[in-house]
Design a protein around this ligand. Sequence first.
Ligand code: ADP
Ligand code: MG
Length: 483
Amino acid sequence: MSTIKNEKYEAVIGLEVHAQLLTKTKAFAAVSPEYGGAPNSQITPLCLGHPGTLPVLNENLVRYTIKMGLATQCKISEKSIFARKNYFYPDLPKGYQISQYETPICYDGHILIELEDYDKRIGITRIHMEEDAGKSIHDQDPYHTLIDLNRAGTPLIEIVSEPDMRTPQEAYAYLKKIRQIVQYLEVCDGNMEEGSLRCDANVSIRPRGQKELGTRTELKNMNSFRNVERAITFEIERQIELVESGGEVIQQTLLWDPNKLETRKMRSKEEAHDYRYFPEPDIPPIIVHAELLEEINSELPELPDVRFTRFVNELGLSEEDSVTLTDNRPLADYFERTISELNEPKAIANVILTEVLRVLNENSFTIDSFPISPSDLAQLISLKMSDKINSTAMQSIFNEMLITDESPVKIAERLNLMQVSDSNFIEPIIENVIESNPDEVSRFKEGKKALIGFFIGEVMKQSKGKANPKQVKEMVLSKLEDS
Ligand code: ADP
Ligand code: MG
């Protein structure tokens, strides 16, 4: 991905991120918002906008939003209200979306993003609650547009950033961080491809040194992290070229075309909706008491930044390893469950970062369905660290553990892989090797000390890998000195 380095202009980026919450029921109706059901199977008269139906606020919508607010250092409004955002669209049968307008429940927060050479704080303007609309389906019937209202009323939060980002890479890092936090909090699954995390990007440019913001465009329809970075890069370049050739940026909404890799016009400011927001009369104000805040605060998990710092400072892991291990909560949990069985953080981190992640990547499954339990993994590593098995055996046992439930010790015994440290077993082998290689023995004695590797290798071969190499080395050395 190209980094835009323009001496004359600087880009300004602000993101609006929508996250679909993992509540059991919809925002205002007792029906599941889960994705994937048969069309219109998860609806109530309320989702259809029938007259006389009344919304009932899902308490978890409030709790999850506050969680996200606390995790991003936001202030929490003691009192906030819902508002109606009015517009007409077939997938919105009520004719309005319930959202928050003037008083978002969370405001004035920030998160920290890490880039290759620097860290940066990005302000969060607000986080508010709202409901999703239904879905129009254009590709199933040649003559008609079909409507699926399963998604209508799905609880969302909208996280609005300050215009604090200056490069597409910063926007990318910001979005990744937001996803990591919602996933740690378990309030959203963070899946951009399925649309449970969506991002609109506001982009403008200005001459370097200028304080005022330039006119912005808003980019929509980017359903992957890469596309967000690409679309912003494209848009910054487009705006610079436009201004350089004497043109002017017009405030408008642009759609990203992932196939053509370009943005195209959706609507201009003149065509923008006037939503005629007004307070939602059917839902009482949301009052957040200090006790509720305290309760939610106490439920917060350790967040990724804190966990990262602890892994580096207390467990002595490298920053790079700690980044990977704290990337997602289940992986970090798996790692910590393993070290609770065997207090060897570095050795365990090594195996997880190489062997375990390799298996996960190759089979595209997540750590949740990884077949080896933390305690079995701990046992395997402990066998290796106490020299009961060698590295080759460890690899074979690991592979076997992926397909059976047997314990590492059982597997080692069954496959006859336990190292033997019994000198009665090793000694005759060493004697045999020394006797059958007189040339090597005399060269060793003349000073070719590197031949030690040859002798150890031969002994290991004849013991079928079962001898303990450290012990073999000691015994070979003393035998050669004696002989
Ligand atoms: P709206 O609700 O009309 O989209 P907001 O004023 O709430 O507008 O801003 C939405 C997003 O646009 C915010 O993330 C904000 O940081 C960003 N933004 C506002 N002005 C600019 C600008 N000139 N350039 C880039 N981003 C901007
Ligand atoms: Mg907007």
